[in-house]
Each structure stands twice: as C-alpha cells, then as structure tokens.
Write a protein that binds this ligand. Structure first.
Ligand code: HEM
Length: 125
C-alpha cells in the first residue's frame, strides 16, 4: 500500500510535466512556431499526457489516504481542483489553434497552479 507522501510525489511530478509542456508550447507559439514546426511535438504531447494521468493517480491516491470514502460527495476544494485539472489537460491545444492566446495561456499557468495548491493546502470550501 503506497503512502500519502508517495502519492504526493507522484502528484507533483505530474504537475511539473504538465506545466513544462504547456509553458514550452505557449512560448513556441508566442514566437510564431506552429504544430508543424515544433520538432518536439510528440515528446511534449506524451509528457503532457503522462503528467495529466500522474496528477490524477497521485491526487486520488492522496484522497484515499486522507480517508475519503468511496462514493461520498466531492468537497468544494476538490471540485475546484478537478476544474483546474480539466483546464490544464485541454490547454495544450490552445496556443497553436489560437496563437493570439499563447501569452494569456502562459500567464495563466501560475494562477491555475496557485489556485489548485491553495485549495489543497487550505481547503477553504
Ligand atoms: C484530478 C485532480 C486533482 C485531485 C483529485 C487532487 C487531489 C489532491 C489531494 C487529495 C491533495 C492532498 C491534500 C492533503 O493532503 O490534505 C492534493 C495536494 C496538492 N495538489 Fe492536487 N489534486 C488534483 C489536481 C491538482 C492540480 C491540477 C494541481 C496543480 C496544478 C494540484 C496541486 C496540488 C498541490 C500543490 C498539493 C499540495 C501538496 C502538498 O501539500 O505537499 N492538484 N491534491
């Protein structure tokens, strides 16, 4: 049985993978790069996908170690984190489709990460 600490490491590795993939893609698009000219596109997509899955495994693993009962209602703080997770999972497609949004996407990353961290650590809802 894996510990809360183990799942937390998995969670944070996932966050690092997703944020680095999104940052790289946003800055490439900001400099006029396209999906076609990004030679690391496959690598970035693979690491982003892996990160999204690791966040989920780590997050629900910690939730189980916190004694969260299966089938119970999700508390507000967790619903906000799930919304952040869905957003950072979908954001990879935005910079190349809407290059004018590449900079806002880049600036949004610390806001989303900070919001998810705040929800996890303070659980205000
Ligand atoms: C599927 C979505 C997610 C779930 C189920 C989830 C769940 C959790 C849980 C249960 C904890 C531990 C809280 C505790 O020990 O009291 C946690 C901690 C944390 N989560 Fe998430 N989370 C999710 C998404 C995210 C995302 C998307 C981010 C950032 C982008 C994030 C950032 C953090 C941080 C920074 C911590 C604190 C770690 C620490 O205290 O050392 N989480 N999360």
């Amino acid at each position: 049985m894996f510990s809360h600490a183990f799942y937390n490491v998995v969670h944070i590795v996932g966050i690092v993978l997703v944020m680095s993939a999104l940052g790289a893609t946003a800055i490439h698009a900001l400099n006029g790069g396209t999906r076609q000219t990004n030679r690391a596109r496959g690598l970035v997509a693979a690491l982003h996908g892996t990160g999204v899955v690791l966040i989920l495994i780590g997050g629900f693993g910690m939730l189980a170690r916190l004694g969260f009962r299966h089938g119970a209602m999700f508390p507000g703080w967790l619903l906000v984190k799930l919304a952040v997770w869905v957003t950072i999972a979908a954001l990879l497609f935005v910079p190349y489709r809407r290059p004018e949004l590449a900079k806002p996407v880049y600036l949004l990353l610390p806001v989303l990460g900070g919001l998810a961290a705040y929800m996890a650590i303070y659980k205000p809802l």
